[in-house]
Design a protein around this ligand. Sequence first.
Ligand code: SF4
Length: 430
Amino acid sequence: MLASGMKETLSQLVPTGNGRPPARKQLFGLDAEALTALMVEAGEPAFRGRQLAEAIYCQRIAEIDEISTLPKALRQRLVDDGWQIARPAIAQRFQSIDGTERYLIQQADGLTTEAVWMPEGDGGESGDGSNAESADSLDDCSPERESIIDCHPERAPIIDCHPERAKRVEGPAVSKVYDEARRSTICVSSQVGCAVNCQFCLTARLGLQRNLTAGEIAGQVLAIFERHAVEVGRNRVNLVFMGMGEPFLNYDGFIGAVRLLVSEVGLSPRRMTVSTSGIVPGIERFAAEDTEFRPKLAISLNAPNDSIRDQIMPVNRKWPITVVMDAVRRVQLRPRERITFEYVLLGGVNDRPQDAAEVARLLRRSGLPAKVNLIAWNPGPGINYATPQPEAVEAFRRALADAGIPAYVRKPRGREIYAACGQLKRTVEG
Ligand code: SF4
C-alpha cells in the first residue's frame, strides 16, 4: 500500500507533503510497494524494493551507501539520480529529571517538529490509553522481551523488525539494560502547530504552520527508536499521536504513518492511540478503517457539558458533545477495548465535584465502554488557568470510579522541559 496516497510512477514517487517539494528525492516515507515500483521502473528486480524497505525501516540505515543488500552500482545510481533516505533526525534533546526526553526532530526540509519519550509511560495507565492489564493481555511479545538496551546510535544492533520475518542481524555488542522501558511511551506530532485553539494549550498559540507527511510522522518514531536502540518485537513501546497538532485534521498524514509503522516497521496498532479534539469527519473516517491499521481512540473531552466545552474548546461549537459521541459509537471496538476520554483539569473551571458527577452521567449515558485519563493542567506562559491541587484531582478520580467509570491520573511528565501535555511549543519558536 502506498503511503499518503502516492502514485506508482517513478516521476511521482516523491513525497509532496502539502505541495511543498523536498530539496531532494526522499526514500523515507515510501512503503515497500512504492519502493518496489521505483525499482521496477528503474529496471531492477522487484525484490530490490523489499530490500530497500527492510534497510530503511527495519535496519534503520540512514545512508543509501550503507545498504549492503543492494549492489554497489545500484546504490550509486540512486544517489546520482538525486535520491536520499532523509530519515528525520534528532536535532536537539531536552532531558527531564523524571527521565522524560523531549526532542526537536529535524525534517528533510530543515523544519523541526517535537516528540517526547517517556521511559515509564505516563502513569495511571500503560501510556497508550489502555490500562496495564488489558495492554498486557493483547501483547504479542513474550515476557522475556521486557528490556531495552543502551541507546547509543553507534551501538544499535541491526535487526529485521517485522514479526513474521523476525531474524536478528548481528550488530556490535550493547552494554546496558533499561528495565524502565517496560512501559515506555513515545508521543509524536502530526502537524506543526495547531488550528484547533484549545484555550488551555500552549501549542495552540502557534496556529497551524503545516501538516506533516506520513514519513515525517513515522520518522519521529524511528528517530527515537534509534536513539534508544528499541528492538521491535522485543521491547514494549506504546505510541501516542498526542503531540503537536490535531491528527484528524491531517488524516491522510496520520493514517499513512500508521500504515508505514504497521506494515514496514512491524508495530502493532493495538499499541497506538490517537487523540482527537472531536473532529467528527475524522472520527467517521477512522470508524471505517480496517482494524489491521486502526489504533485505539482517545477523545479529548475536558468538560462535562457543552457550555463549559464551548468556552475552553472552540471546536465544540462546530461539533458538540452529543455529535462527537454519536460518531464515536460508529467505531467497531475490539474485545475489551475502551474509548479513552482525556480530561485536562483546570482549577475552578471544570474540576468541581458537580463536574465529576456530570462527566460520569455523560459517559454512562453514552453507553460506550469508557475510561478517563485525568491530567492536571500543565502551566504555560501567557495562559491564565490554574493547576488544581492534587487532592482535587484525586477527588475527581474517585468520584468517577465510584460512579463505575475507570479513571486514571496521568503523571505530569517533563513539565520543566515543556514536554508535558499541551506544552509542546517552546523550542519551535526558540
Ligand atoms: S490540545 Fe491538541 S487539539 Fe487542542 S490546540 Fe492543543 S494540540 Fe491542538
